[in-house]
Design a protein around this ligand. Structure first.
Ligand SMILES: Nc1nc2c(c(=O)[nH]1)N[C@H]1C(S)=C(S)[C@@H](COP(=O)(O)O)O[C@H]1N2
Ligand SMILES: [Mo]
Length: 508
């Protein structure tokens, strides 16, 4: 009979073998590509299979750390399964071995199912599983009390633990080295550093000095690139070499067009300020940012391709298989819908879509802002669906008018008297024409708008409140030319949150 302690040791052997599996997998993926790493492949398959409610939960609970949380959760689950394999193997080898083979096969299938999978995508998982099996076999044989020439149990335990620790450490080292070398070998960073962004053919109108409302604690009008929110399904950032990048425009067009990087750079590059927002941004949330983009108007490419009769949508696709459905009209109606190559005058950061992404004023990112874009399929909403549409989100996603109180912060205390209330409002491509603030059940008060940086950018506002002691709730609402935003609360699914941002403060 295996005792409690033996079960613990067997579980440990399983964990060590699991670490070896992942380490070998990570090292082999240096040859076969980052998405063939078993950890990445399983995580990516999980991301793609994530139902809308879970994606929403992850985005609203962990924000842009959702990938880190996913990675930690995945490692914990895999190590628990590895521990189980160890316990099973100690009882009966075939049981434990079967579990390892099943897990290895699942990882291999996940890797083969990635949109950018190469022919050898399953190899790291298979190699990892073989190494894991060999390690498990060796360690289980060394479990104290196995039929072998007699040795003191203490010595047996020590030898077993040393072997297990060595195997586990080798596995971890494999994962770390695999990751580090993988990151170093990724060419996009070097290619990015070598690029000189051409001067715009059309520069953005100068930004009025007064776009900043001048209140401490208000989020900057121009989002620093390093602080720009990042949302995508990519567990490893796609590495795209501009010299081999091209964009294909096809589908319901009279003339297929292929655009290369050099042609793009030589094109009529337009500079434009656009506020990008995520549909998963809850009321008051921070999945929104404003930047100066530079890119080729998508309209010009479509003019060359000449969409046919009843096409009404462009399905853009990234190198890693993400897709977005953008109304054709939004790409041809004259707004600054761009194939963007720069953010704030610098090449796009790799995680924001280097070398080329889409930016379309007035639409949520999930239906318009495809990063690492390589393909535009001119089609119809009736004939094709996009990544998030297949997961319960709306096929079309115009940005909803929103406003946010940034000062004072929720839950803080302020002294009675004049208190400055301030924040940001956005209604991309319609423009903000007014912001109002309400205290408790009182009347709406007109806030002062900061200078206008254009209808595609967000707008700051402030209002001075004569605050009286007690607990108070502040509400904000913004108006676009169609009227005030709705106060009816709606969840982010299926097409963006609505409701008033509300901040509770204590006045003393
Ligand atoms: N290739 C790719 N592009 C993508 C996504 C993605 O998952 N993959 N996510 C979209 C979503 S939901 C948003 S909100 C924006 C976010 O862009 P950012 O990360 O540069 O802020 O990218 C869009 N483009
Ligand atoms: Mo998004």
């Amino acid at each position: 009979m295996a005792g409690r302690r033996d079960t613990g040791l067997a579980a440990l052997a399983g964990v060590a073998a699991g670490a070896v599996t992942l380490g070998v997998g990570a090292l082999v993926s240096l040859v076969t590509g980052p998405t063939s790493d078993p950890l990445v492949a399983v995580g990516s398959a999980f991301v793609d299979a994530t139902p809308a409610w879970l994606k929403d939960f992850a985005a609203s609970t962990f924000g842009t750390s959702d990938k880190l949380v996913l990675g930690i959760g995945e490692v914990v689950v895999l190590l628990a399964l590895a521990a189980l394999a160890g316990v099973l193997a100690a009882r009966r080898w075939a049981w434990g071995a079967t579990l390892v083979v099943v897990l290895g096969a699942a990882a291999g299938l996940a890797a083969m199912g990635r949109p950018d999978a190469g022919a050898l995508a399953a190899v790291p998982s298979v190699a990892g599983a073989v190494a894991g099996l060999m390690t498990l076999r060796a360690l289980v044989r060394r479990l104290p009390g196995q039929p072998r020439p007699p040795r003191p149990v203490r010595a047996e335990r020590r030898a077993f633990l040393q072997a297990t620790a060595a195997a586990g450490a080798l596995g971890v080292v494999g994962v770390v080295i695999g990751r580090a070398l993988g990151a170093g070998a990724r060419g996009a960073q070097a290619a990015r550093a070598a690029i000189t962004i051409p001067r715009p053919s059309t520069t953005a109108a100068p930004v009025p000095a007064g776009v900043d409302v001048g209140v401490d604690g208000v989020v900057p009008w121009q989002t620093p690139p390093a602080e720009f929110y990042r949302i995508d399904t990519a567990l490893v950032v796609p590495q795209v070499d501009p010299s081999t990048w091209s964009l294909r425009v096809h589908g319901m067009v009279e003339q297929e067009v292929t655009l290369t990087w050099d042609e793009l750079l030589a094109g009529n590059l337009v500079e434009a300020w656009v506020t990008l927002a995520c549909v998963s941004n809850p009321v008051g949330g921070d999945l929104v940012g404003n930047q100066k983009w530079l890119g080729l108007p998508i309209r010009e490419l479509l003019e060359r391709a000449r969409p046919t009769g009843d096409a009404d949508m462009v399905l853009s696709r990234s190198i890693d298989g993400f897709t977005a459905s953008t109304p054709l009209a939004a790409l041809t109606d004259g707004r600054n819908a761009l194939l963007a190559i720069a953010m704030d005058g610098e090449p796009l950061p790799v995680e924001h879509g280097f070398p080329v992404r889409m930016v379309v004023p007035g639409l949520y990112g999930y239906v318009s802002a495809t990063k690492w874009v390589t393909d535009l399929n001119v089609t119809r909403f009736a004939d094709a669906t996009a990544y998030w549409t297949d997961r319960g989100w709306s096929p079309e996603g115009p940005v909803k008018t929103q406003s946010r109180i940034e000062v004072p912060k929720a839950g803080t205390s302020v002294p009675a008297g004049s208190v400055v209330v301030a924040g940001t409002a956005w209604a991309q491509h319609r423009g903000i024409v007014g912001v109002q603030v309400r205290v408790d059940d009182g009347a709406w008060n007109n806030a002062t708008l900061a200078d206008d940086g254009g209808i595609d950018s967000w707008r700051q506002w402030s209002w001075t409140w004569e605050a009286e002691p007690g607990q108070h709730e502040l509400y904000v609402r913004a108006s676009d030319p169609m009227g005030p935003q709705t106060g009816t609360p709606a969840d982010v699914i299926p097409d963006g949150a609505t409701g008033y941002d509300t901040v509770r403060v204590t006045v003393s």
